[in-house]
Design a protein around this ligand. Structure first.
Ligand code: AP5
Length: 217
């Protein structure tokens, strides 16, 4: 499978990707957001270039993203399932993805669109806390950590992502509408089937609906 997870910031793409990989016993979860944050932490050229866009809630240029993703897709074994989280985000990225996949004789098998209203997205992002060590994600509104600011999985420090501040969130939502939402029609009118999943349910129920969309028992 090569599955694309589409949906606005905070809808739960990362949460669902991690659970799916656990339940199918493996696969490659490729989150361009996580890869970019890692590059920022490591201070690489990519990280330095990406940082200014990410701080403002803007998209990082397509050329940088396509170079980053090409390395990952071309080194993943052909039998490994790939879950793409936060990529593609523009039509040129979707076209670039098709081209890289065709170089390795693969194609997109499914696109899943997670949906939730904007006030819910804002609440989820305002309450999200991410572990600086293991990357686990919590939410002070829905899934509070047992000890404040401490990761319940590894004991690491929990932080509120810089781009989860209200002004940046508003911009990210606008950027999603103008640059990423056109992918919905792109995929509905192209080859890969697009399925819609309501993210307005408890996390485990979203996962069940996600698996049903992928026709996994
Ligand atoms: P990225 O990290 O990809 O951010 P995003 O798409 O905005 O997605 P999020 O990580 O914010 O949300 P999510 O849907 O994964 O939600 P989550 O599962 O965490 O990108 C960050 C930045 O990097 C971009 O702004 C851009 O600058 C750059 N970038 C990345 N990819 C790029 C690309 N391809 N091109 C250009 N630039 C790129 O859940 C959110 C919260 O809600 C959590 O606290 C979770 O616990 C909670 N939650 C989840 N599901 C539920 C539920 N059902 N009920 C209650 N709470 C829930």
């Amino acid at each position: 499978m090569v599955v694309i997870l589409l949906g606005p910031p905070g809808v739960g793409k990362g949460t669902q990707a991690v659970r799916l990989i656990d339940s199918i016993g493996g696969g490659e979860h490729i989150s361009t957001g996580d890869l970019l944050r890692e590059a920022c932490r490591d201070g690489t050229d990519l990280g330095l270039e990406a940082q200014e866009f990410m701080h403002k809630g803007e998209l990082v240029p397509d050329s940088l993203i396509l170079n980053l993703i090409r390395d990952h897709l071309t080194t993943t074994a052909s039998e490994t399932s790939i879950i793409l989280d936060g990529f593609p985000r523009t039509i040129p990225q979707a076209e670039g993805l098709d081209s890289v996949l065709s170089d390795v004789a693969r194609e997109v098998s499914q696109v899943v669109l997670f949906e939730a209203p904007e006030d819910e997205l804002i609440k989820r992002l305002s309450g999200r806390r991410s572990c600086t060590d293991c990357g686990a994600v919590f939410n002070v509104h829905f899934e509070p950590p047992r000890i404040e600011d401490e990761c319940g999985r590894c004991g690491g420090l929990l932080v509120h992502r810089a781009d989860d501040q209200p002004d940046t969130v508003r911009n990210r939502l606008q950027v999603y509408e103008s640059q990423t939402a056109p992918l919905i029609e792109h995929y509905e009118s192209h080859s890969a089937p697009l399925k819609r999943v309501s993210a307005m349910q408890p996390i485990n129920d979203v996962q069940l609906a996600f698996r049903a969309a992928l026709e996994i028992g």
